[in-house]
Design a protein around this ligand. Structure first.
Ligand code: HEC
Length: 131
């Protein structure tokens, strides 16, 4: 009985302190949420710009071989299902005149004038659009 009493006492004395910590946390929550949301919105904007720029370029320079839905055809490989890092890496390899497959020469000439930004935009568009 004395033990129980002691336990209850400990619980009671702990309670106010725990509440204050929790309240402090709760008070910071809205601030953290706003900060998080702003960050995500900022990132989404950048991403949307990249995708839009990439789409423009893709429609001019890539669609003839890789297709409107990125499915490719015959010797032109599908881009669908490739992630952003993969596509960017491939494009940089071709630009650096590195041989990847049997028909790399085609891609080498197509990528020679691409800037890093063009490549990021194309990779963002391709990975976000073709599943
Ligand atoms: C004239 C047709 C043609 C055009 C236009 C073209 N490609 Fe390609 N693409 C190819 C061929 C062929 C390959 C395979 C090359 C090889 O064997 O290494 C390829 C490969 C690729 C790969 C690597 C795929 C893999 O699975 O590794 C990517 C990424 C790619 N192209 C993106 C693009 C982008 C982006 C554009 C527009 C800037 C573009 N291609 C324009 C024909 C084309």
């Amino acid at each position: 009985m004395i033990e129980l009493h002691k336990a209850a006492n400990v619980a009671l004395t702990c309670l106010p302190r725990q509440l204050t910590q929790r309240e402090e946390y709760l008070m910071k929550m809205p601030l953290m949420l706003v900060a998080g949301a702003t960050l995500v919105m900022g990132m989404t904007d950048v991403k949307a710009d990249e995708v839009a720029a990439g789409e423009e370029r893709y429609k001019v320079n890539c669609v003839n071989c890789h297709g409107k839905t990125g499915k490719g055809m015959a010797a032109f490989p599908a881009l669908a299902g490739r992630d952003q890092a993969y596509v960017a890496d491939r494009l940089k390899k071709y630009r650096a005149k590195e041989k990847v497959g049997p028909n790399s020469a085609i891609m080498m000439s197509l990528t020679k004038d691409l800037t890093d930004e063009d490549i990021e935009n194309l990779a963002a568009y391709i990975s976000a659009t073709f599943q």
